[in-house]
Design a protein around this ligand. Structure first.
Ligand SMILES: Nc1ncnc2c1ncn2[C@@H]1O[C@H](COP(=O)(O)OP(=O)(O)OP(=O)(O)O)[C@@H](O)[C@H]1O
Length: 909
């Protein structure tokens, strides 16, 4: 038989760590203050007080961080044969269960994974991980799981609900009678047991009227190994780890358990109070008695507190200022617990040799007892044995007390159960009544459910329909939106173009005005220049001609005076032997020469005058042509400028109009096409149409405005063209008129050649005749030379005088006529100039009238639509034609029904 021996280790303080839980969402919402701070890994500050622990875990510390720091080092110890205990202590809701079990306990395979798994699942995996490294070792792992509530122990792995009893053996080892220890072969086995226990614990509160936060749980994993050595000995090791989740350490009254009976309340508190007192006693070296036996919890944990176990206490605290009191109390407990000292030992089972040694020692001890008994009167027991016996008696006494307490409690419980049973019978009768009522309600509920099912079916149908349609509708809506957006953009462009065109028009107008005034100025200058030139030429010619004529007549008169002197000369020279014929011939010849010279001069003047007249006659049409060309050029430049601006305007407008019309037509067509295509689903599209309706109406308004604008612009265009044509034809007419007018003026220039030619010939003939006569006279005189008488001279005198007078009179009359002609020519020239002037004035007037007053002006083309920054909807919401759909659904539902009825009727008939 093997006997256990325990290897003693040096004293070791209980390790105490503190874990601060994060503020809850609710606490954050209520602006709860955080009163805990931790600046170093071991220190904790609450208000101004500083606490030091083996480790402080901040609210953001992860499960794996805590495990690796606190529990992981213990696992190797457990495998090595140590007993270890980890217990979580703290106020309700500070994370004891979160730390020990975690949010989930289905951790698979990897205990190092950083998730919400707590200590127990990780330890389960970690233990098997460690055991996996051992070879040639027999392993036996067992699990037990108990709950301690109201000083009663329940086995969470057993089907049995009975409370378990605990007892201490003669060596003081505390055991629980009938506790189920389940062997497991892998970590999953441990987890399944943990889950089974948790489930049982969750069901229990409703039956037993207690809450988990007021019960303690101890989850124990025992690891037994047998290792064969080379010498043939077996080393048996038995380590275990107790994972303890204590009840909330807060004031019970504060936690809302006021309705409890006093005994129950006392029992709930007893374990925790005793734990506190045990910790206090162990920390205070002066206290000899440690009240382990005062509660079941402390009895179970006896070895963990001040015993041979390696113990870690995880104190969980809340950082909220509202938990200030409880946190202080927890931290005080934790501080005190740090002073507890344990002497951990390895539990190894002895080998055969060691067992023999042990037995020899036992025999030796018994021998000592025997010797003592023999030597004295009475019964003597060895000191060490005596101490053990004393402990055993104390344990039995403790158990006796426990038994009495238990029987008392049981009696009380039986009484409670009886009362409870009676109440239940009454309840049963009431329940039967209620059942009937419920039966009725159930029928009603079934009908309501059926109705609801139908509604649900409808809703499903609608949902499906909407689902099917939504993407299609969405695309259509997107197309419409896109079209509307394009339309809006085009509208903007159109407006900009129109504005630009109006701007061009007004600038064209001012350009036209400048051009017209320039033309008018040119015409005016041209008219003035030409008039002055004509006037100058006419005046110069008339004066020259007059001077010549007057000079000519003067010279002729002088010549006539000489002729008149002939008779007296003849008389004076008659005494001399002279020839009268010669002398008269000489005089007459001179006179004739003078007359000839003057006639030639006159002819020269006439020729010159003729040439000038000819020049006028020719230059006036040329001038008219020049004038026409100039006028045409000026008019041409002005009109082409107006025309080109008009053309640009027209092209731009018609292009814009065409584009706008095309685009609008295309949008309209798109919408119409869609409308036609979707005739079938038009009602379903109503929501879409309603959403875009406003946009379309807006577009229609814009369309109308643009069309009106277009009409106005076309009207303006037409009117502009009309005016342009009018102006151009007016200007053309004017040009023709002015040319004609010039031609008329040219015809007004007199045909001087004819008149002057005849007159000069007349004068020459008269002089020729006179010369003939004089020659005749001179012949006569020479014949009668010797006989010249006074009478003959007088006769001659008379002849000459008459002839000279006749010549002078003829010349005077002709010169007078010529001067008259010159005057007439001047009058003609004046008239021509005046007519030219009038014509230029008329042209100028017409220009002003045609080009300024009837100028092409862009007509105000109605009100330009006001610029609006339209915010288009990004999505069109689905207003869902619910009623129509429901109608469709009903029809769909009715048809099969009708068919069904039809089939049924058909069958029966
Ligand atoms: N360190 C932590 N990190 C994240 N959440 C935590 C932490 N500690 C506790 N919680 C959360 O706080 C809540 C209460 O935790 P838990 O139930 O573990 O407290 P308890 O101390 O075991 O309470 P009781 O004594 O009533 O059993 C849980 O929702 C848990 O998830």
């Amino acid at each position: 038989m093997a006997a256990a021996i325990k290897k003693k280790q040096p004293l070791q303080n209980v390790k105490v760590v503190v874990r601060i839980r994060p503020l809850t969402k609710q606490e954050e919402d209520q602006n709860v203050k955080n009163i805990l701070k931790s600046h170093t890994p071991r220190e904790l500050l609450m208000k101004d007080k500083k606490y030091t622990f083996d480790r402080v875990f901040k609210p953001n510390a992860s499960q794996i961080e805590l495990y690796m720091n606190v529990v992981s080092p213990l696992i190797q110890d457990v495998v090595a044969g140590y007993n270890c205990t980890v217990f979580a202590y703290g106020q309700t809701g500070t994370g004891k269960t979160y730390t020990m079990t975690g949010e989930k306990c289905n951790l698979v395979g990897n205990w190092r994974k950083d998730d919400d798994s707590g200590v127990i699942p990780r330890a389960a995996f970690h233990i098997f991980h460690e055991l996996g490294h051992m070879s040639n070792v027999e392993i036996n792992v067992k699990v037990s799981y108990i709950e301690l509530y109201n000083e009663e122990i329940r086995d969470l792995l057993s089907e049995d609900e009975c409370a378990l009893q605990m007892y201490s053996d003669t060596k003081g080892t505390v055991s629980i009678q009938g506790l189920k220890e389940v062997s497991v072969h892998d970590s999953e086995g441990i987890l399944k047991l943990l889950q089974r226990g948790i489930v049982k614990r969750q069901i229990a509160p409703t039956l037993m009227n207690h809450q988990s936060s007021r019960s303690h749980t101890v989850f124990t994993i025992s690891v037994n190994t047998r290792e064969s050595t080379a010498s043939g000995d077996d080393i048996l090791k038995a380590g275990k780890i107790n994972l303890v989740d204590l009840a909330g350490s807060e004031n019970i009254a504060r936690s809302g358990c006021m309705a409890m009976r006093a005994t129950e309340l006392a029992n709930i508190n007893r374990s925790l109070l005793t734990l506190g007192r045990v910790i206090q006693a162990l920390a205070d070296k002066s206290q000899k008695h440690v009240p382990y036996r005062d509660s079941k919890l402390t009895r179970i944990l006896q070895d963990s507190l001040g015993g041979h176990t390696k113990t870690v206490i995880i104190s969980t605290v809340s950082p909220a200022h509202t938990s200030h009191e409880e946190t202080t109390s927890t931290l005080e407990y934790a501080t005190r617990a740090r002073d507890i000292k344990n002497t951990p030992i390895i539990n190894e089972k002895m080998t055969k040799h060691e067992m023999i040694d042990g037995l020899v020692k036992e025999i030796d001890r018994l021998q000592k007892d025997l010797d003592a008994a023999r030597s004295g009167t009475g019964f003597y027991v060895d000191k060490e044995n005596y101490q053990r016996l004393l402990d055993a008696i104390m344990s039995v006494t403790g158990e006796q007390v426990t038994h009495e307490e238990l029987s008392h409690k049981k009696a009380e419980r039986i009484k409670n159960l009886e009362e409870h049973m009676q109440a239940r019978v009454r309840q049963f009768e009431e329940t039967v009544e209620l059942c009937k009522q419920h039966q009725h309600d159930l029928e009603l509920a079934k009908a309501a459910i059926k109705e609801k099912d139908e509604t649900l079916e409808q809703e499903r149908y609608l949902a499906k329909w909407y689902e099917d349609q939504s993407s299609e509708k969405y695309e259509e809506a997107q197309t419409l939106l896109k079209a509307t957006q394009t339309l809006t953009t085009e509208k903007e462009i159109l407006l900009a173009k129109l504005e630009h065109q109006f701007h061009i028009n007004s600038s064209n107008q001012s350009v036209a005005q400048t051009a017209v005034s320039h033309v008018v100025d040119l015409l005016s200058d041209f008219g003035k220049e030409e008039t002055a030139r004509f006037e100058g030429i006419a005046k110069e010619n008339a004066e020259q001609f007059r001077t010549y004529l007057i000079g000519l007549t003067d010279e002729l008169r002088q010549s006539s005076g000489l002729m008149r002197e002939i008779p007296s000369r003849v008389q004076q020279n008659s005494k001399n032997n002279f020839s009268a014929q010669k002398m008269i011939g000489q005089y007459s010849k001179n006179y004739l020469e003078v007359i000839d010279g003057k006639a030639a001069l006159l002819n020269g003047v006439f020729d010159q005058y003729k040439k000038r007249v000819e020049y006028y006659r020719k230059s006036v049409p040329k001038l008219a042509d020049e004038y026409r060309v100039k006028t045409e050029n000026i008019f041409g430049a002005a009109t082409s400028m107006l025309k080109s601006s008009n053309d640009t305007f027209k092209t731009a407008l018609s292009e814009t109009n065409r584009k706008t019309r095309d685009e609008l037509d295309s949008v309209k067509k798109t919408i119409n096409d869609r409308k036609l295509q979707d005739e079938e689903s038009l009602r379903q599209l109503e929501f879409l149409v309603a959403a875009t309706k406003r946009r379309l109406e807006e577009n229609d308004v814009i369309l109308e405005q643009v069309e009106r604008l277009r009409e106005n612009v076309s009207e303006a265009e037409e009117s502009a063209n009309r005016r342009m044509l009018e102006t151009m034809s007016g200007l053309e007419r004017l040009a023709l008129e002015s040319i004609k007018s010039f031609k008329d003026s040219a015809e007004m220039v007199p045909n001087m050649e004819e008149i002057q030619g005849i007159e000069v010939r007349d004068v020459l003939c008269t002089v020729q005749e006179f010369h003939q006569k004089l020659h005749q006279i001179s012949i006569n005189l020479d014949e009668t030379h010797q006989n010249i008488t006074k009478d003959r001279l007088a006769d001659l005198q008379r002849h000459i005088s008459v002839a000279c007078s006749q010549i002078e009179a003829a010349i005077d009359s002709k010169v007078d006529r010529l001067l008259g002609d010159v005057e007439a020519m001047r009058g003609t020239t004046d008239r021509f100039v005046a007519s030219f002037d009038t014509m230029v004035g008329r042209v100028r007037g017409a220009m002003v009238e045609q080009m300024l007053e009837k100028n092409v002006r862009a007509k105000h083309a109605g009100d330009t639509p006001v610029r609006q920054s339209t915010v288009l909807p990004v999505r069109i919401k689905d207003p869902a034609p619910r009623e129509a759909l429901l109608e469709k659904f009903r029809q769909a539902m009715v048809m099969p029904k009708m068919e069904e009825e039809w089939d049924t009727n058909g069958d029966s008939s």
